[in-house]
Structures are given as C-alpha cells and as structure tokens.
Design a protein around this ligand. Sequence first.
Ligand code: FAD
Ligand code: NAP
Ligand code: FMN
Ligand code: NAG
Ligand code: NAG
Length: 688
Amino acid sequence: MALKFDKLDFAVICALALAVVAYLKLDVLKELFAADDSALAVQSSSRDIVEVLRENKKDYLVVYASQTGTGEDYAKKFAKELAAKYSLNVMCVDVENYDFDNLNSLPKDVIVSFFVSTYGEGDLPDGGLEFEEWLQVLEEGDLGNVRYTMFGLGNSTYEFYNGAAEKTQKLLKQAGARMLGTFGKADDGAGTTDEDYMAWKDDILEELKDALALHEKEVSFISSYEYKVLPQDLMGSISLGEPNSQYLPGKTLAKKENMQLGPFDATHPYVAPITSTKELFKKKDRNCIHVEFDLSGSNLKYSTGDHLGVWPSNPDEKVEKFLTTFGLDPTTIFDLKPKDITIKPPFPVPTTIGAAVRYYLEISGPVSRQVIGSLLQYVTEEQLKERLQALSKNKEKYAKEITSKCMDLADALLYLSSGKKWTQVPWEFLIETVPHMQPRYYSISSSSSSDKQTVHITAVVENYPNPEVSSLGPVTGVTTNLLRHIHLTRTKEDIAASSLPVHYNLAGPRDLYQNYKLPVHVRRSTFRLPSNPSTPVIMVGPGTGVAPFRGFIRERISFLKNQENVKLGKHLLFYGCRDDADFLYHDEWPVYAKELGSSFELMVAYSRIPNKKKVYVQDHLLERENEVLELINKGAFIYVCGDAKGMSQDVHRTLIDILRRGKNISEEESSEILKQFKTTGKYQEDVW
Ligand SMILES: Cc1cc2nc3c(=O)[nH]c(=O)nc-3n(C[C@H](O)[C@H](O)[C@H](O)COP(=O)(O)OP(=O)(O)OC[C@H]3O[C@@H](n4cnc5c(N)ncnc54)[C@H](O)[C@@H]3O)c2cc1C
Ligand SMILES: NC(=O)c1ccc[n+]([C@@H]2O[C@H](COP(=O)([O-])OP(=O)(O)OC[C@H]3O[C@@H](n4cnc5c(N)ncnc54)[C@H](OP(=O)(O)O)[C@@H]3O)[C@@H](O)[C@H]2O)c1
Ligand SMILES: Cc1cc2nc3c(=O)[nH]c(=O)nc-3n(C[C@H](O)[C@H](O)[C@H](O)COP(=O)(O)O)c2cc1C
Ligand SMILES: *[C@@H]1O[C@H](CO)[C@@H](O)[C@H](O)[C@H]1NC(C)=O
Ligand SMILES: *[C@@H]1O[C@H](CO)[C@@H](O)[C@H](O)[C@H]1NC(C)=O
C-alpha cells in the first residue's frame, strides 16, 4: 500500500531505462518496450470493474479496502491460494481503483470476496469512500445476482469493532446480494488476525468448492510476475531502495533544487532533513527519542494533532541474516513484470535483491502460520516436512513454538531446519510472501502555529530481551531503533558503548538520506483542539500518549501570543510515567505553565516509585472527579491518547463512572453520553 506503484511510475521507470539504451543488450530492450506497452494498456483501460474482469478473462474477484496493508495482504494471500489450489483466474483489486456501478452484471459464476478494514467511527479506509457512497444509494434488488464472501479486519479495543465490514455487509444484503459462508472478523486487539483469517478461509474454501464445483490440486507457487534477472551494467539507473521513482537518478526529486515539488503523500514521501534529536529518558535500559524534521524544503503542511508517517529501512544485521538464510546474492538486479494488468509491481523495479530486502520487505516481524505451511512445497526431507505440517496445522503448537519466542522468518526457519539454510526457496516466492515495508505513524508533538516548518515526533524505542530464548537477542522495532541510531550518530555518541542492538545504513540509497534525512509524509487526523479557546479541555496521555498534547499546549501558547484579551478555558493534562527518569519533556512543562498561567494544569501519575503505591492517570481523574465533572458540564472536550489495549479502556470506564455518579444516572446512560460525545467530537481518541 505504502509503495503502491502507479502506472505513471512504471512508465517513468521504463522511459528512464530507455535513456541508457546505449548500454543495453537487445533482449533487454525488447523487454522494456513490452513493459511500456502494458503500462499504456492500463491507462487506456476502464474503471468499470466488470468490464476489466471480462477483458482479462477473470473468473473470480477479490476486492480489498485497506489503509495500512493488512487487509490487502490477506486479500492477496486469499487470491493466490484460490489460483494455486483451484486454478481459478483471480482478479484482486483495491476498491479505490474501480467503479462498481455494473457489479450486478458480473458473470453468473463469478463470486466476489471482500476484505474490509475499519477506521474511525466504523468507517472504511480512505480509499473506500466512493465505494461506500455507491453502496449507500443502492436499492433492494440492485445486487440480486451478486454472491460474495466477507472478511473484516478490525481491533476489538475500538468501539466500532469491525464496523466498516458490518456496514458493507448490511448494505450489500439490503441490495439483495447473497453472502456465502461465514462473516469473517479479524481481531487485531486479541492479536488473532492471522488465526481468524485461517479459520474463516478454511470454511470459505469448503463453501466455494461446493458453489463452484472446484477440484483441489497440489499447491504450488505461481508467481504473479514474470521475473527476470537483468545485467549488472544497469546498476546506474535502477532503484536502489528509493521510496519511489521520482527519486531515481535524473528524476525531478533527485535534484536538490526540486525538493519542494509535491504533492507529497502516502505514496510519495518527502525526504526530510532531521534538524534535531534528543534522548528524553534518563535511564540506561529504555529510550525515547524526540526527533525534529524540517519541512521547509517542501510544500508539506500539517495541522496540530496530525500524524507523521516515517519510512524505515531494515538494519544490517537482519538484512544479512535474511540473505544468508535464503542464500541470496544482494547484487542481483531483477525486474518484475505483472502477468496481467490488474496487478502492479509491489515496489519500484528494476532493483537489486539487496535493496528490496533492506527497503521494501518487512523481514523482521512475526511470521504467520500460513507462511510456514506454504513453505512445505520446498521441503523434500521427510522429517522436516512432518514438522512443518504439524506446526502449520496446529495453532496452539505454533503459538508455543514460534510466536511466543518472537521469531522472525529467518529465525523460525533456521530453528525448524536446525540451522540448515533454505536456499531452495525461490526469491520470487519471498517477494510475494513476505509482507511489504509500511511507514510507521507518529502523533505529531509540535504545533503547526508555533513550529510551522518543523514537525516533532516522540518515539519510544522498542527494544526488549526475547521473552523466551535469550540467544535470539533482543526483540527490536525497525523504525524506532533507526531513529535512535540517527540520534546517537548525530550527537557523536559512542555507538559501541551505547548497546544499540541493530545498525543501519544511515546514508540510504545513493546517499539520498545522507546528513540525517528520512522519507516522511503527513497523514491528516481528526484529533483537533476545540476552535473556541475558552472551551475547557481535558487531556489524558500517559507515556508517549502525551505527544499530541505537547502540540496542543504549544498551539495554545502561540495563540495567546497573537491575541489580546482572550480568556483561555481550563486545560487539564493527566500524564503518567514510571518515575522521574521517563518523565517526558520534564523541563518544558514549567515553561508552558508560566506562559498559560492558571488555565493550564499538569497532573503526573507515577507508577513505579519504590515503596509507593502505583498511581495511574485514571486515579487522578477520580481524585479530581468533581472538577472533571464540572468541566464536562461546561462543555469540555476530552482527549485520550496512547495505549489502546489497557489505558484507553480503563480511562473510558473511569469517565463512565464519573458521569454516572455525578449525574445520578445509570451506567448505560453515561456510556450513551460518552458515545454521543464521540460522535460530536467532544471525546476524541488517538490510540494505538
Ligand atoms: C495513529 C498512531 C500514532 C502513533 N503515535 C506514536 C507516538 O506518538 N509515539 C510512539 O512511540 N509510537 C507511536 N505509534 C506507534 C508507532 O507507529 C510504531 O508502531 C512503533 O514506534 C513501533 O515501530 P517500530 O518500527 O520501531 O517497530 P516494528 O518493527 O513495527 O515492531 C513492532 C513491535 O513488534 C516487536 N517485534 C519485532 N519483531 C518481532 C517478532 N519477530 N515477533 C514478535 N514481535 C516482534 C517490536 O519489538 C515492536 O515492539 C503510533 C501508532 C499509530 C497507529
Ligand atoms: N511490548 C511491551 O512490552 C510494551 C510495554 C509497555 C508498553 N508497550 C506499548 O508501548 C506503547 C507506549 O508505551 P510507553 O512507553 O509510552 O508507555 P509506558 O511507559 O509503558 O507507560 C506509561 C505509563 O502508563 C502506565 N500504564 C500502564 N498501564 C496502564 C493502564 N491500563 N492505565 C493507565 N496507565 C497505565 C504505566 O505504568 P506501569 O508502570 O504499570 O507500566 C506508565 O506509568 C503503548 O502502546 C503500549 O501498549 C509495550
Ligand atoms: C487509527 C486507527 C483506527 C482504528 N479504528 C478501528 C475501529 O474503529 N474499529 C475496528 O474494528 N478497528 C479499528 N482499527 C484497527 C484496524 O482496522 C486493524 O488494525 C486492521 O487490521 C487494519 O487493516 P489495514 O492494514 O488493512 O488498514 C483502527 C486502527 C487504527 C490504526
Ligand atoms: C490493536 O490491538 C493490539 C493488541 O494486540 C494493540 O497493541 C494495538 O495497539 C491495537 N491497535 C492497532 C491499530 O493495532
Ligand atoms: C438518584 O436517582 C434515584 C432514582 O433515579 C433517586 O431515587 C435518588 O434520590 C437520586 N439521588 C440523588 C442524590 O439525587
């Protein structure tokens, strides 16, 4: 999703490669012309889903509405399995790219499988807006010929759990479409997305076998692309990990003077200079990095409360481990040509194996049980085969042996084969099986009024000992350790002495990130201060959850400076940390308090002071119950930011209690009031 590569990019790369035609062998040249043709074919083709399906002689349709790629990954996995097992000719598409007006004229035996992720108040991802509008105006019988399956992706920590899939399902049903099999729901909150998918899929495949009279064949991987190794003399013009084709040599963004050219968005990040970094914790074992990005060279704008997407790369250690596990040569240059026009290359190609592994693949996260199962086709040794089979069929066993040990793909495979390399696994298989690198989002901790050209983020570094197998080394986050490496290098700290668990190539592809730069983009959020400054504000943000509230407070200070005779409403901030050593922005709050006077108050809950009782933000909310109630009665806006699993739910329950007691109403009634607040924007959450 992040590296969605559009037809234009593809054409651009082709054109670019043509520029170095003098060096090319004839067969390569032919290849490039062919690519150009297929790119044109996409452009001339229709947005009508049924027309494209018919044109391409497809006999099954998979449609996904996904924001960060999870739903997309499962949709593609599903499509590939149908193709591999039943020789179906599957078309798998992003809902954003097609019109569905003629859906009811689908050929009779074509079934549609929807994969829908939920955001906001049970909304579809941004790309699903048009689709949703179309659904809303359907009338009974409009989809009388359509048969479909539904798989929703959500997180039960949110109020509108799988709300978008529910809504889609309801509207399809109202229009007369008929659902096959069970309504699948994946719950990220319980950490069971993968298991939920597997269970749903097993059921659906049985359904489909009946409905379409399918015959299963031996599963073997069929690539969606024509894979081709290109000669080394192309090295000067191919992608070496650039975020998109505009950053390739000779293209507009590769030239410094063009950096302001945009628009920059989720597919076109801006390579932003990092102008300041700071360690915010005063402890040895945990780190939290404050990072400032300079946007002045771009036309990027942000609003206080938005998110910043940061595009990471993998560390040397993990890249090395992955390459050796699969016996891959990082210098090999390859190209991927989609076998049909409904598929796009997953990242900028041609590129090298080394660049793809470092910049485009998510090689270090947890491994799904299905991936282990799909590797069976490459195992001949009986004992290993049985081991893989047993694991891929038994989720308890899998959780115990693999998941609980926080293994990544290379770890898991080497463990299963007792250290033997997996060189027989084709690279083409890995390209389509390993998830693709996604940007990570951070709540912006600066204010667009006081910090117009710089964006600040506050990132807690993910680095903890492996919970079960210490020899596997610490479990580390890709982006946050990269930010820490940048910080340590910038401030000339002794890297060897800092026990940094992993190390990165900070210079980036073709030195694009030299002198501390990273690709970033701004994602709009709805997390906004009330427009009337006299409205009271209650903010709850323990840990890194305080990030956007630093932005809010800076925003109010900047506002006061430009305004005379305004009376600011009460701004009450509930913050929580373990002790003074992880007290974020410790030195800044007194300065802010001075500027804002009595309208600002910070309450700090300490949870790990030796010999003291654990105090959480919700304990302080209760302590200030009467004042909180009074502010709510005066129309206060309530904001909660940070941990979605425990904290935000505990705080929600506490607020229900406060309202219930204060207004002498039932729990249902107070919960209804908060629900209402959510709808009207008076209760806003930024939780992850
Ligand atoms: C809207 C939003 C706002 C956010 N705001 C902030 C913010 O202000 N500040 C902030 O610090 N974060 C924020 N986050 C979280 C942030 O986006 C990242 O998820 C976080 O920083 C971790 O990213 P990473 O790349 O370092 O870790 P990743 O590489 O994404 O890893 C994620 C976690 O998995 C663990 N892990 C790695 N490998 C494995 C494995 N093989 N098996 C099991 N576990 C593994 C890692 O240790 C880590 O804990 C926000 C998220 C969202 C969605
Ligand atoms: N994978 C892990 O091991 C791990 C550990 C911590 C956090 N996280 C995640 O990391 C993210 C941010 O962490 P962070 O470092 O900013 O936070 P943090 O430092 O872990 O927590 C900040 C404060 O919140 C407290 N807290 C914990 N549970 C709470 C609850 N249910 N209600 C209210 N307060 C609570 C903590 O107390 P305590 O002293 O009780 O922790 C601490 O005082 C969160 O999304 C969280 O889910 C992961
Ligand atoms: C900002 C944000 C808001 C979310 N809101 C909801 C929600 O309201 N209901 C829900 O069930 N899941 C919600 N989720 C969880 C996602 O739907 C879930 O993580 C899903 O797997 C993401 O799929 P995608 O990668 O295809 O976009 C939310 C996730 C984020 C990051
Ligand atoms: C969903 O639930 C998980 C718990 O597994 C939590 O860590 C995460 O922050 C929640 N939100 C998202 C978007 O994954
Ligand atoms: C609270 O409400 C109940 C019934 O709704 C009523 O009997 C009771 O007197 C009320 N208490 C107060 C303090 O108002």
